[in-house]
Design a protein around this ligand. Structure first.
Ligand code: MRU
Length: 364
């Protein structure tokens, strides 16, 4: 997608053929900066500190992290160490485990002297595959948006989204945003309600920034606004991303997604979830009971960071000293609240049957 008009991906191998470049998402939207990952520790730090975030990009970064680790030491012990270091960086997004398993399977039975080349190749494939998958999600989701547009007589289709499930969260296109970008590029009138997504503000800082870079009309709203907009027919469709989908179609995503799904159900607004197949965890059924929910630091809730009137970036405390704070990163939306799952293989029912039929090789 575009940064200052230039096509870019979120992760790449630098010109030296070894180190890995990515965008430091912690300084967006006020500054665009890239960082270079030189070893396993850099990759783990980038994921843990949320310089990179979003399930698919976390997976791709972990894949390159394994390649960087093997460059320093291609032994079995080093491979295990890389896996153990990366797997604990973020607990909820299943793409992380998927990518680490893929990397392990690719290199495990290779001779040590082959492992580095094989690892870089597999990491590159994982990144390229993510781009292809998201483009396909975009094509399938476009049909949903076009069907709504056909009934609106030229009025923009209003899409509500939560968190950042845009190209910054993937390698390119995004998941929830892929249908939006496809619609915009095709000239379908479209407008996006962007949930700010407290406490990390991925919507206000990242989704708004990337939609703006692409020229898509959008409005940032406080998280609690969606229900009101739905009651007044101002939302035609909700599309969100996900960090893990269970075998029965429950959807884990950024905290607050569940409340949007409830409001959508109450107001008859279609609620879709866009996901690449590596986000499906067929080993888990009941998302509420079984998915580990990451709890993050209190400072994400107690402080806010932003640009002052004179252009400085500052953090300020917004909670009284001494108040207790809870910071659950994700919640689970039960399948019954999900209108459909937009995948690279089409739009599916959020059910065991829907998922197993579309991905029989994974379900088995
Ligand atoms: O905590 P984050 O910023 O990594 O959470 C990201 C989300 O919840 C996204 O909506 C999700 O990963 C889908 S990404 C295409």
């Amino acid at each position: 997608m575009k940064v200052n008009g230039q096509h870019t991906r979120t992760i790449w191998v630098e010109a030296d053929g070894v180190t890995v470049g990515t965008i430091d998402q912690t300084v967006l939207p006020h500054r665009y900066a890239t960082i270079t990952l030189g070893d396993l520790a850099d990759a783990a730090h980038a994921i843990k500190s949320m310089q990179v975030r979003g399930a698919p990009l976390i997976g791709a970064t972990a894949a390159y992290g394994v390649a960087l680790a093997l460059r320093q030491d291609a032994s079995d012990a080093a491979l295990e160490r890389a896996y153990a270091t990366l797997i604990v960086t973020r607990p909820t997004a299943i793409n992380l485990k998927w990518a680490l398993d893929e990397m392990t399977a690719a290199v495990r039975n290779r001779a040590r002297e082959e492992r580095v080349a094989v690892a870089y190749r597999r990491a590159r494939e994982i990144a390229d595959q993510d781009v292809e998958i998201n483009a396909a999600i975009g094509r399938h989701g476009l049909q949903l948006i076009e069907a709504i547009a056909a009934k609106k007589g030229g009025e923009p289709v209003n899409v509500l989204t939560h968190c950042n499930a845009g190209w910054l969260a993937t390698v390119d296109w995004g998941t929830a945003t892929a249908p939006i970008y496809h619609a915009y590029d095709k000239g379908v009138p479209i407008h996006v309600w962007v949930d700010e997504t407290r406490p990390r503000n991925q919507g206000a800082s990242l989704t708004a920034w990337e939609l703006g870079q692409h020229g898509v009309e959008h409005t940032v709203i406080p998280d609690n606004t969606g229900g009101h907009l739905m009651q007044h027919a101002q939302v035609d469709i909700a599309i969100v991303g996900t960090d893990r989908v269970t075998a029965q179609g429950d959807v884990c995503n950024k905290i607050g997604t569940y409340l949007k799904a409830l409001a959508a159900k109450d107001n008859g607004v279609p609620f879709y979830v866009a996901l690449p197949s590596p986000t499906i965890d067929f080993t888990v059924n009941d998302g509420v009971k079984e998915i580990p929910i990451e709890q993050r630091g209190a400072e994400e809730v107690t402080t806010m960071t932003g640009k002052t009137a004179d252009g400085r970036i500052e953090s300020v405390r917004i909670v009284p000293d001494g108040s207790n704070v809870a910071n659950y990163g994700f919640d689970v939306t039960p399948a019954r609240l999900v209108t459909g799952l937009i995948t690279e293989r089409g739009v599916l029912a959020a059910s065991r049957e829907g998922l197993a039929k579309a991905f029989p090789e994974r379900a088995a």
